[in-house]
Write a protein that binds this ligand. Structure first.
Ligand code: FMN
Length: 280
């Protein structure tokens, strides 16, 4: 492990480190209007949700790294107290990218990107017709995280209305098909093989420390294997392995069989084999 101190980096290197390691980040396509009514649209991946009662989201249109000036989105959102955040699906990726270009404040990025402005219900900024999930927001609070170039300007907004495309009402990741931002020019597409399901711990699972010593010391079982076993509600009695099947007779063979059972999500079979392994 190499240890890196922010004090030893310039702001650009710090930004590369942060955005490369903190990811993938969701992307807020923020729609705002200026005091003169000019529309603006730009993406921000310093973005997340922070509470659901009331629903609160935050994103950070930061000071420009080049000269410390503020971005149009920041000026508009703080000036009017309103913004719309549209989630970015894979189908919108390239148009979202065009909207990120540094056009002057009077240029409408809806026009430049070809994305479709639609009227919102409670706020003046437009919804984005192509987005499967959007939020109309009222500015709740602004948090200044520094004063130099590249410093953070976090805008927290209360969600006044959600808009969800009809075919995405179940919020299934494959239908939303959202993209996330990694470092540099890298993005993540959050659908298909990228999606996995992990059962939440039910109550208080037994934990790693309760796993039999032979399993914890295995060279075959992975951290994920042991974590899945540690997430069990209780420690099964090794005697259940009395129901002998055609199992491998050696430690390594049994541990491989446990690993495969966990890959199949067959927890009872993994524990049965674990019992056999303990009896060796
Ligand atoms: C995917 C993506 C994510 C971005 N995230 C941020 C961000 O979190 N904060 C930021 O200040 N700029 C971010 N940018 C850059 C802004 O989109 C860019 O500075 C834009 O020109 C700002 O537009 P505005 O001046 O109209 O507000 C991001 C760009 C892209 C493509």
């Amino acid at each position: 492990m190499k240890t890196i101190l922010p004090a030893d980096l310039d702001p650009a290197a710090t930004n590369a480190l942060l955005t490369g390691g903190v990811g993938p980040r969701p992307i807020a396509l923020a729609s705002t209007v200026s005091g003169r009514g000019e529309r603006n649209l730009a993406p921000f991946s310093f973005f997340n949700a922070f509470g659901s009662n009331p629903p609160m989201v935050a994103f950070a249109p930061n000071r420009r790294a080049r000269d410390g000036t503020v971005k149009d989105t920041y000026r508009n959102a703080t000036g009017t107290g309103e913004f719309v955040i549209a989630a970015v699906s894979f189908a919108m990726l390239q148009q979202m990218n065009v909207a990120s270009a540094d056009y002057p404040g009077d240029v409408d990025e809806f026009v430049k990107s070809g994305l479709t402005p639609l009227p919102a219900r409670f706020v003046a900024p437009a919804l984005v017709g192509e987005s499967p999930f959007q939020m109309e927001c009222r500015l709740h609070r602004e948090v200044e995280l520094g004063s130099g170039p590249g410093s953070g300007l976090m805008l927290i907004g209360e969600v006044l209305a959600f808009h969800v495309r009809e075919d995405c009402l179940d919020l299934h990741p494959d239908r939303l098909d959202l993209v996330g931002r990694n470092g540099g020019a890298f993005y993540t597409r959050a659908s298909g093989h990228a999606i996995l399901q992990v059962a939440k711990p039910a109550g208080r699972p037994i934990g790693y420390d309760a796993l039999p010593e032979v399993l914890r010391g295995s060279r075959i079982l992975t951290g994920n294997d042991l974590g899945r076993l540690a997430n069990s509600a209780d420690l099964p009695d090794p005697a259940q392995a009395a129901a002998l099947r055609d199992d491998p007779g050696d430690a390594e063979g049994l541990e491989r069989a446990i690993h495969l059972a966990l890959l199949r999500e067959d927890l009872p079979e993994a524990w049965r084999l674990a019992g056999r392994r303990q009896m060796l």
